[in-house]
Design a protein around this ligand. Structure first.
Ligand SMILES: [Zn+2]
Length: 188
């Protein structure tokens, strides 16, 4: 039997993207945190196959859990591309458990990877807001900023050099004129 987190090991709280599920005590790697549950839908029954919401968890080609029920607190768990938990799918038992794949600290948000189908359908069109993707974007923005600063500095140095050259050329010309004048005067 895996270690099972007590009911008070997590709570629903405010997350960056709405609500999320947060650890309230340390949860060890490998611990079964919570069950993802709801009515089991059979895709061979048309009325059940027609049900559509964001909380459907496909067990296999036939059975799907409709996790949209209020009591299913696991539905508050947000997606992450670098999660600290995973879904332990048991099609034969028609059960899904969310299990820690890292040691989770109190206050940390619990998340798991929703999988490519969900990602493509719901997250890719709006841009994934998970901490890992947000960090990636932040890094990219910082890199772009640094690159712009580098280009600007280079342009400024170039402009400064060009300015120095113009002054040098001007000085030479003035000297030349001055010299020519002298020569001219001497000739007269
Ligand atoms: Zn992401």
């Amino acid at each position: 039997m895996p270690a099972i987190a007590p009911r008070k090991a997590y709570r629903v709280g405010r997350s960056k993207t709405g609500l999320g599920l947060f650890a309230t005590m340390p949860i060890k790697k490998g611990t079964r945190i919570i069950r993802y549950f709801g009515p089991i839908l059979d895709c061979r029954i048309p009325e059940q196959d027609e049900i559509e919401n964001k909380y459907l968890f496909e067990l296999n080609g036939r059975w799907t859990i409709d996790g949209s029920v209020r009591k299913n607190l696991a539905r508050y768990i947000n997606h992450s591309c670098r999660p600290n938990a995973e879904s332990d799918v048991r099609p034969r038992e028609r059960k899904v458990f969310i299990r820690a794949i890292k040691n989770i600290e109190p206050g940390e948000e619990i998340n798991y990877d929703y999988g490519t189908d969900y990602f493509k359908a719901y997250l890719k069109p709006i841009g994934c807001k998970c901490p890992s993707c947000e960090n990636k974007r932040k890094k990219q923005r910082a890199e772009a900023r640094a690159e712009r600063a580098k280009v600007k500095a280079r342009a400024e140095r170039k402009a400064q050099k060009a300015g120095a050259k113009t002054t040098a050329v001007k000085k030479k010309k003035l000297n030349g004129k001055h010299f020519a004048g002298k020569v001219g005067r001497a000739k007269v």
